[in-house]
Write a protein that binds this ligand. Sequence first.
Ligand SMILES: [Fe+2]
Length: 279
Amino acid sequence: MTTGLVEPPERDGGAVPSIRVGAKKGRNVAAMGTAKKKPRLHNAVGLQRLFMLCRQVFDGVPGSVPSSRDVQRLCDILDGMTPEDVGLSSNLQFFQPKTKVEGNPRVTFTTIYNCDNFSLCLFFLPANAVIPLHNHPGMTVFSKLLLGSLHIKAYDWLDRDSELSSRADAVKEGIGRRLARLKADKIFTAPCSTSVLYPTFGGNIHEFKAITPCAVLDVLGPPYTMDDGRDCSYYRDIPFNPSSKAEEDGELYGWLEEIEMPKDGEMDVIQYLGPQVVE
Ligand SMILES: [Fe+2]
């Protein structure tokens, strides 16, 4: 591990991560890692610009969604961000594992900044790791893949009174399930553009599967909180029997069924020691 860098865990053969693990609620989580020194790769400008704009854009009004202009401004900053902006480097051993990981390794998570209106988070996915299909209730989320190749599958709910949802066969088949339209099902490789999802469109329910070790920077506005009914729900998707209607409009659909949090939904939490934001 390196001092001052956000180094995700190394998991050779499922070994315990060689970092201090432990969630610290609050802002500017600090301190992780030890061992040999490497040059600091901090470049706080990009992160600070992102933070300042988030403070302007996310006003904390329940249900509010950033304007298209503000979304574009945030995307412009995020598109220009590099791993070094959050203290990462593709040279870190996590991104160049010496051994192949078996099974589905756990995802690691760290919080750069968190307040009532928004949060800035990093996710580290070893190859084959999965963040299961989950939703973002009432949230606008920006995801910037900083490193790696990631398969993203994303759905949006179909209106319950839509023609497809109300068809007799769909109603019969859909007991305990709800129809959703497939919005994305493809592999993204860094560097790539920022993905944005909204409360009711843009792929609000998504799943990440790491093809190679990945780092994803997320901006969540507002963050998850059970207090305001923004808890995270998990789903499994079931193929929707293709119908003439589905074939006609060229869209793909799936049934989503809510499930308990899958085992691979559990994450390790580490502390963040990359560039800090200045309030
Ligand atoms: Fe998500």
